[in-house]
Design a protein around this ligand. Structure first.
Ligand code: MN
Length: 281
């Protein structure tokens, strides 16, 4: 059975050109949950907290996944691609050998609410060709029942396959449960996973066969194999469920680069300085 090994509340910080974010993974509290390197929540109704966005910056060695609940974000990158993320859409970007991109809010008022997840790549895929999947909300499969709604960003659930193709085996679900209803998920053996509660609060099995409550804007790290059962409290619950097959390789990270060794990090930084980061090897 799956249980909760730890509950972690994010750290308020800023990134890009001063966007206020809640860093859930990739902080001093928790560096990573293999294969997940980072999870940021941006959730603010004040334009001053997000409007400066994320001007052009590089990445190498992993994938960035942006999931918008509310708001619009324009992205452009060094491969010549561009797109507009809107409510309920996803961008799954493989930085691979190197990409320079910008992620800029395209609204001047109202709520901007979304998530950026970084998924690591194994050594033999870190230098693969950059690519991205721009997935509009209507193309994300949904499982609707009397209990609520599950949106399948990636992976398998209920015999349905999620929208994104992934290089690392991961499952990314947005789960919404009506008051008093539960949610079951079969965790593949050996995978790591967590839930991040973004609205309401959830009850999950804790350690020593007791249950524990995961409050809003907290992450519960899951341990063990088998069935996960999450129950919403009286007002219902909404949460992200992330699960993935661990890569199990050394992680060397420095800002926007995530490689296996320090030498590879220095090479990435040097390539960026020389303007050759986005050249294909
Ligand atoms: Mn980025």
């Amino acid at each position: 059975m799956i249980s909760v090994s730890d509950i972690i509340v994010g750290t308020a910080t800023s990134d890009g050109a001063g966007v206020e974010i809640n860093r859930v993974i990739g902080s001093k509290k928790i560096d990573h949950i293999d294969p997940f390197l980072l999870l940021d929540e941006f959730r603010n109704e004040h334009p001053d907290a997000y409007i400066a966005g994320f001007p052009p910056h590089p990445h190498r060695g992993f994938e960035t996944v942006t999931y918008m609940l509310h708001g619009r974000m324009r992205h452009e990158d060094s491969t010549g691609q561009s797109g507009l993320l809107e409510d309920g859409s996803v961008q799954w970007m493989t930085a691979g050998s190197g990409i320079i991109h910008s992620e800029m809010p395209e609204q001047t008022g109202g709520m901007m609410w979304g998530y950026q997840l970084w998924v690591n790549l194994p050594a033999d895929k870190k230098m693969s060709a950059p690519a991205y999947q721009d997935i509009p909300a209507k193309d994300i499969p949904e499982v609707k029942t009397d209990d609520g709604l599950v949106r399948l960003v990636a992976g398998e659930y209920g015999g349905i396959t999620g929208a994104a193709q992934t290089m690392t085996k991961v499952c990314y679900l947005d789960v919404r449960r009506n008051p008093g209803t539960g949610f079951d998920f079969e965790m593949p053996a050996g995978w790591n996973g967590f839930i991040y509660v973004y609205q309401g609060s959830a009850t999950v099995f804790g350690v020593n066969d007791s249950t524990c409550v995961v409050p809003q804007q907290a992450m519960a790290i899951l341990a063990g194999d088998g069935k996960l059962t999450v129950t919403g409290t009286d007002e219902g619950v909404r949460f992200l469920l992330l699960a993935g097959e661990p890569i199990g390789e050394p992680i060397a990270r420095m800002g926007p680069f995530v490689m296996n060794t320090r030498a590879e990090l220095f090479k990435a930084a040097d390539d960026y300085r020389r303007g050759t980061l986005t050249d294909r090897p």
